[in-house]
Ligand binder design. Structure first.
Ligand code: NAP
Length: 277
């Protein structure tokens, strides 16, 4: 499995498994668990979840999937902004740990910016890190100004990753946020890399994929994986699709192919408000 470096040099898989909407439907539960387990077998050992997903149901399903295999996993969860106070962050983390049946998270993210001052959230995250409840912390859905603001605060430079909406149809962050993160060696975790399946039926991508012998999902993921500092976290609850998605690694895109995708899905021509889902 290709790996991506965190700022402290620790390496994590470039392909992680998303879990939004996983655990919501009892009829698909067994296949979802089997998919996460197959992912671990195939090296996709980073799992991204959040207290928000299904009000904790996704974390509970993840616990079942990783039972007996915790040490293989790089486990990511997120605290809701309205929980991100000094005591609220500690409580939310404790509840996530309980649902996940583990004693630590590998990475804990602020899900998006709320009303709690960043300094207070950072203090809480740093305390969790000192207590060994989390190994790294980071952010999600922060634009460049917000990220810069946090970075300037005490412990702000410890941000280990930024999780953002990024795919062929959502390239706005390339204008200023992505370069800013790169300068600081903060890897991007690209969420909704398939645009929540919207890219699968995109005629531009379908034609590109057909012409170059891959599936649309593989093309969308291969485009992201062409960079060394991007972690993709597509979600699928089906083993067949997981295998297909991992096939993206077999299709590294040449500069010519990347230029072709730039013509089909143009990069931004100026600054724009951060998009999120
Ligand atoms: P996504 O990964 O872009 O797309 C997921 C959708 O695509 C699911 O409906 C899945 O259905 C389908 N799919 C997956 N592989 C496929 C394939 N090969 N062919 C056809 N369909 C396929 O969207 P996402 O779930 O929004 O994003 C991924 C993860 O990022 C989330 O699960 C979550 O962990 C994280 N996320 C974070 C934030 C944030 O605010 N930080 C926001 C959104 C997402 P099946 O499951 O039926 O295959």
């Amino acid at each position: 499995m290709k790996t991506v470096s965190l700022p402290d040099g620790e390496r994590v898989p470039a392909y992680g498994q998303g879990t939004w909407y996983i655990g919501d439907n009892p009829a698909t539960r067994a296949e979802e668990i089997a998919t996460l387990r197959l992912g671990l077998d195939l090296g996709a050992t980073l799992i991204d979840t959040a207290e928000m997903y299904g009000d904790g149901r996704a974390e509970q399903l993840v616990a079942e999937a990783i039972a007996g295999r915790r040490n293989e996993v790089f486990l990511v969860s997120k605290v809701l902004p309205h929980h991100a106070t000094r005591s609220g962050t500690a409580k939310a983390c404790e509840q996530s740990l309980k649902r996940l049946k583990t004693d630590r998270l590998d990475l804990y993210l602020l899900h998006w910016r709320g009303d709690v001052p960043f300094a207070e959230t950072l203090e809480a995250l740093d305390a969790l890190k000192s207590a060994g409840k989390i190994r790294h912390f980071g952010v999600s859905n922060l634009d460049r100004a917000d990220t810069q603001e946090m970075w300037a605060l005490k412990d702000g430079t410890a941000i280990a990753s930024s999780q953002l909406l990024y795919n062929l149809t959502r390239r706005g962050i390339e204008w200023d946020l992505l370069p800013w993160l790169r300068e600081r060696r903060i890897p991007l975790m690209a969420y909704s890399p398939l645009e929540q399946a919207g890219l699968i039926g995109d005629p531009r991508l379908a034609k590109f994929a057909r012409e170059h012998g891959m599936t649309p999902a593989q093309a969308a993921l291969a485009w992201l994986l062409a960079r060394d500092d991007i972690i993709v976290i597509p979600k699928t609850g089906r083993r067949e699709r997981l295998r297909e998605n991992l096939g993206a690694f077999e299709h590294s895109l040449s500069a010519v192919r990347l230029a072709e995708l730039d013509r089909l899905f143009p990069p931004p021509k100026g600054a724009s408000a951060l998009e999120m889902l």
